[in-house]
Design a protein around this ligand. Structure first.
Ligand code: RFL
Ligand code: PHB
Length: 389
């Protein structure tokens, strides 16, 4: 078998890259370790930057998003019971869109299936060969048989635990990491959201987030210790804890109900450098991870895909490798700014087990500053809606 680009991973980065390439007539094959149903069952991101929405439109999958996505002009930060709205629209002229990662993934899978582009789900033991040379290959097991695809390029879109970054020789890659001493316990429930906009709340009991998927479906998170087990959290315990952490008026509007999903995600900041190794390119979570506090993970996957798609288009249409050569530097410059923003939001809003009274005063001072300075709020707002590509 032969194709132009082998894409490893059918998460949002792999599917979006595949869709953009296919529309440009660039042949590609997706190899995904899990089943499509499994990929769709993972409840993750909920907030799309306008740049991500533009890219989904460019990929031809913006229709349901335009109909069902919820445009948000702002969100709120709560600190020790005080609420501060961040007026995204007023401060930046832009909005974000609440539309679940599950829906983005579904739209991309539907478009790929409609176009009849090749995808292998439940592809086992994917291995990369000769990506440092001119003729890379990817082998995998499908339905009990070993297959091999020769290609021009490999796109490593296989997430943090994928095989692509792990295939790079240790001496060729440098990694930077911060692991936070807590996770987020998330719960999905078919009840109207507690507030019209997202509320990120810092409290003496830890962080909580009130988010949503639609007018009738809410997504809530509470900060928990790293060793916490999801089985220890009944729905009742979750809602009691959530209400304790958010401002009173928000707590009063939280409507409990049986959870549709409940899971714990650890928080981590991680960057690999570079993102290119010969003919292998890493995009999305394969190359970097941010804690979810800034809502940046999926949006960074989209900006990586934008740079990589433009570079591949330029290679095939204009016979220029300038974009491919610039890919890693361009993507990383945007990635690091989102890593900084996500880290600073995480520091501001979470309770760190080792924090001193000094640290707590600094966090309070930072929140006070946000409530008093238009410049400080504008900085939060412009990062939240996404820095330019
Ligand atoms: P994914 O989604 O992890 O997809 C990678 C795919 O690769 C497959 N794979 C393999 N396939 C073949 N062979 C192998 N050896 C393979 N190894 C892995 C995997 O099965 C998978 O299908 O990475 P991608 O596409 O780069 O997308 C990244 C996003 O999923 C991620 O950044 C976001 O979900 C992060 N995130 C958020 N991002 C936002 O922009 N806004 C948010 O509001 C937001 N909230 C969140 C989040 C992530 C969370 N968790 C659970 C980590 C909230 C949470 C709780
Ligand atoms: C979500 O709705 O899942 C969500 C929203 C905002 C975040 C993280 C997660 O910062």
């Amino acid at each position: 078998m032969r194709t132009q680009v082998v894409i490893v991973g059918a998460g949002p980065s792999g599917l979006l890259l595949g869709q953009l390439l296919s529309r440009q007539g660039i042949d590609n094959v997706i190899l995904e370790r899990k089943s499509a149903d499994y990929v769709l069952s993972r409840i993750r991101a909920g907030v799309l930057e306008p740049g991500t929405v533009d890219l989904l439109n460019e990929a031809g999958v913006g229709q349901r998003l335009a109909e069902e996505g919820l445009p948000h002009d702002g969100f709120s930060l709560a600190f020790e019971g005080r609420l501060q709205r961040v007026d995204l629209k007023g401060l930046t002229g832009k909005q974000v869109t609440v539309y679940g990662q599950t829906e983005v993934t579904q739209d991309l899978m539907d478009a790929r299936q409609a176009a009849g582009t090749a995808s292998f789900y439940e592809a086992e033991d994917v291995q990369l060969h000769d990506f440092e040379g001119a003729s890379p290959r990817v082998s995998f097991t499908f339905e009990g048989r070993r297959h091999e695809i020769a290609c021009d390029f490999i796109a490593g879109c296989d997430g943090f635990h994928g095989i692509c970054r792990a295939s790079v020789p240790a001496g060729a890659i440098e990694t930077f990491e911060r692991v936070y001493p807590f996770g987020w316990l998330g719960l999905l429930v078919d009840q109207p959201p507690a507030a019209h906009e997202l509320v990120y709340a810092s409290s003496p009991f830890g962080f909580a987030l009130c988010s949503m998927r639609s007018q009738t479906r809410s997504r809530y998170y509470v900060q928990v210790p790293l060793d916490e087990k999801v089985e220890a959290w009944s729905d009742q315990r979750f809602f009691d804890e959530l209400r304790r952490r958010v401002p009173e008026e928000v707590a009063a509007a939280v409507t409990a109900g049986p959870s549709l999903e409940k899971s714990i995600a650890p928080l981590r900041s991680f960057v690999a450098e570079p993102l290119r190794f010969g003919r292998l390119f890493l995009a999305g979570d394969a190359g970097h991870i941010v804690p979810p506090t800034g809502a940046k993970g999926l949006n960074l996957a989209a900006s990586d895909v934008h740079y990589l798609f433009e570079a591949l288009r330029e290679h095939y249409a204009e016979h220029s490798n300038a974009g491919l050569d610039a890919y890693s530097g361009r993507a990383l410059a945007r990635v690091w700014k989102a890593v900084r923003f996500s880290w600073s939001m995480t520091n501001l809003l979470h309770l760190f087990p080792e924090a001193s009274a000094f640290d707590q005063r600094i966090r309070r001072a930072e929140f006070d500053y946000l409530t008093q300075s238009q410049a400080a709020l504008t900085s939060v707002a412009e990062n939240y809606v996404g820095l330019p590509y």
